[in-house]
Design a protein around this ligand. Structure first.
Ligand SMILES: [Zn+2]
Length: 78
C-alpha cells in the first residue's frame, strides 16, 4: 500500500491493530529535484525547497506500539 499518509494496519511485530506513524525523510526524489533545480540556475536557495515539500519525501511507516518500522514508501519506488 504505497501511501504517504498514516494508514490502519495490523503490526506484524506486535499484532496490534494500529494507525501507522509516518516519518518524512529526504529521499532519492528530493535529492533529484534539489540537484535539478540547482543545475537550472536556481541558486537563491530554491534548491532547498524540495526539502520543505513533504510530497517529495520518502515516508517511513512505523508502529506506535512497538516502534518497529513496518514499511517504507519510496517516491520513486516502482
Ligand atoms: Zn507493533
Amino acid at each position: 500500500m504505497p501511501t504517504s499518509i498514516p494508514v490502519q494496519a495490523v503490526c506484524p511485530y506486535c499484532g496490534n491493530r494500529i494507525m501507522t506513524v509516518t516519518t518524512y525523510t529526504p529521499g532519492l526524489l528530493t535529492w533529484l529535484l534539489c540537484s535539478g533545480l540547482f543545475v537550472f540556475g536556481c541558486f537563491l536557495g530554491c534548491c532547498l525547497i524540495p526539502f520543505c515539500i513533504r510530497s517529495t519525501m520518502d515516508v517511513t511507516h512505523s508502529c506506535p506500539m512497538c516502534h518497529h518500522q513496518i514499511y517504507y514508501f519510496h517516491r520513486l519506488g516502482l
